[in-house]
Design a protein around this ligand. Structure first.
Ligand code: PAF
Length: 285
């Protein structure tokens, strides 16, 4: 398998994409911030399966981090990431510097309203504006036919889908299932921050969601009961500090009050020590 080309200049990626388009080849885009794990690998794998050419972007996007967040500490390992991309058959790794993306007196942002103000948006007010701006740029640079996102960031997936629909962007957004560790913890680059004790405690996220899922499987439809089941389970873990426990409409992301009658997203954000983790499941009726 040949090594992917590593390109930092957006214009060079655009040029390669333009050539591929001329030849009638389809392009898949996997946007990432690097430090690739099996969750990313599953996205890349699908992209390679479904497209003639694949671009993986590795860019720790500064504008989606708030002032007190982990931009400076965010884990990076380009060598290991290149090996993952090579083993999956990726064609281009787009690895720009912030100046390549935002250097030239950058003035334009893309913002999705309403659904970015709930769930993670409450504690991360600038986050989704940074995500939609960079994803829009990545879509334009890669000229991709399909872009791949993990269901673990369910709100991000919903926000990107809304942006693509509202702005008539000619791309298919493909959501891919959450990939988990053996004990249930959702794979995330941020799991690296956990101490061994915290790592053990972190399994409470998936355990609490599993309890809620089992209740729903048995027919429970009361959103308050689902929320309290999760909160009770989380409260048993002293290292867990929940930020939110939510049952929301899958599309509008607005809280469900009373009975659940439409597909829902059950989503949580929990601090384990100083590490903020998220997890979720979707439930179709
Ligand atoms: O999910 C991520 O890693 C990032 O939010 C993304 C989509 C690559 C945008 O920077």
């Amino acid at each position: 398998m040949s090594k992917p080309q590593i390109i930092s200049n957006p214009a060079d990626v655009q040029k390669a994409a333009r050539e591929w388009k001329k030849e009638g080849l389809s392009i898949g885009l996997v946007p990432t911030m690097g430090y690739l794990h099996d969750g990313h690998r599953s996205l890349i794998h699908k992209a390679v399966e479904q497209n003639d050419r694949v671009i993986v972007s590795i860019f720790v996007n500064p504008i989606q981090f708030g002032p007190n967040e982990d931009l400076d500490n965010y884990p990076r390992d380009l060598e290991a990431d290149t090996a993952v991309c090579e083993s999956e058959g990726v064609d281009i790794i787009f690895h720009p510097e912030p100046k390549d993306m935002y250097g030239d007196h950058f003035l334009t942002h893309v913002e999705v309203d309403e659904i970015t103000k709930v769930l993670c948006g409450r504690s991360r007010p600038v986050h989704f504006k940074g995500v939609t701006t960079v994803v829009n740029k990545l879509m334009n640079i890669s000229k991709a036919d399909r872009a791949y996102f993990g269901q673990k960031d369910a709100q991000q997936l919903a926000v990107v889908k809304k942006m693509v629909k509202d702005l008539n962007i000619d791309i298919e957004v493909v959501g891919c299932p959450i990939v988990r560790e053996e004990d249930g913890l959702a794979k995330s680059s941020r799991n690296k921050y956990l101490s061994p004790e915290e790592r053990k405690a972190a399994v409470v996220l998936s355990r609490s969601l599993n309890r809620a899922h089992a209740l729903m499987d048995e027919g429970e439809r009361n959103a308050d009961k689902i929320r309290s089941t999760i909160s009770d389970e989380l409260s048993k873990e002293p290292l867990a500090d929940p930020e939110y426990v939510s049952v929301v409409d899958s599309e509008t992301l607005q809280d469900i009050k009373g009975d659940i009658n439409d597909p829902v997203l059950v989503a949580i954000a929990v601090r384990i020590g100083s590490t903020r983790l998220i997890d979720n499941f979707s439930f179709e009726l």
